[in-house]
Design a protein around this ligand. Sequence first.
Ligand code: GDP
Ligand code: MG
Length: 370
Amino acid sequence: PEAITVQELANRMAEKGADLVKALFKMGMPVTMTQTIDQDTAELLVTEFGHNISRVSESDIDLAIDVSEDAPDSLRPRPPVVTIMGHVDHGKTSLLDALRGTDVVRGEAGGITQHIGAYQVTLKDKSRITFLDTPGHEAFTQMRARGANVTDIVVLVVAADDGLMPQTIEAIHHTKAAGVPMIVAINKVDKYEANPQRVRERLLEHEVVVEEMGGDVQNVEVSALKKTGLDDLIEKIQLQAELLELSANPDRPGEGTVIEAKLDKGRGPVATVLVNRGTLRVGDVFVIGAESGKVRALVDDKGRQIKEAGPAMPVEVLGISGVPSAGDPIQVVENEARAREVAEYRQSVLTQKRTTTAPASLESMFSALR
Ligand code: GDP
Ligand code: MG
């Protein structure tokens, strides 16, 4: 049987806890805010307060969340977001690690790197590149299917000794479907069997025409193992990013996308979020998918607690009511009541999708309370 504390129920109903305690007292149940009540009692209370019909609609969401376009003069340059794809064992992880090693800020943080699914490298010239550390093609397509196009540039890793393999070709298809520019990193060139030219030729068969073959796709020979070609790769990423003229308005309520989320034993629900536009700050009230919350802490990829995160910055968010899903949007809203309303509404939509029989009213309202 489901149980919920009076305080929690009050929070989710956007009512005062004291009012619920009073109502319960009248119903013959003298309980305090921190005590739990059962599902039946909770349902009674919900109807008592007139919440029996889902009060929130799509239009309320539009009211709660600022979806306005940014004026051109509010846009500022932002770092590119790069995803690394390629066939298994071609060196995606090794390359990500090697690139991470080029971060000039990493040393200052004492070298304690957190795995948060994404990280940002600061280069010598102070410019930054964000790498998504979720190289699975599945994650990429799943995010895209959810309308979350967070990647600006794909780096396709092809091992020079192995050549084009099934997942290489799959990655080419995904990248083309997403309309994202690609840079080919021909890896493992330190190996005796390496044949980079063969890779460039084979790419032609899949309509990836690199510069040496008369096309405009950039390619670079690297060795993640020997750490060669990394500067060249970074330069090419920067060049590609310049062409894209990436920008975002940092001066608005923060908005982002969940890269990954988990329930942490000590810290509760934690989501790694990539900020798309605006600035996310400690203390901000937000909705995140069908959950809501108030930012209790922001932790960067170096494990440091930070006060705010701007566009293209990956950051761990603490203070969420539950665990959201990858690809969920996070949006800063005006106040906690609004945040809960939107989360409740989304929960009820999710519940309605799951249950075909139950009517939308009380049933879904209570599901939203779980
Ligand atoms: P992933 O599956 O694409 O993430 O590939 P990994 O990064 O796990 O690398 C697979 C294997 O290739 C590991 O044994 C790496 O040490 C090796 N490897 C990766 N990059 C290079 C490279 O540049 N040169 C050589 N010789 N080996 C490499
Ligand atoms: Mg790997």
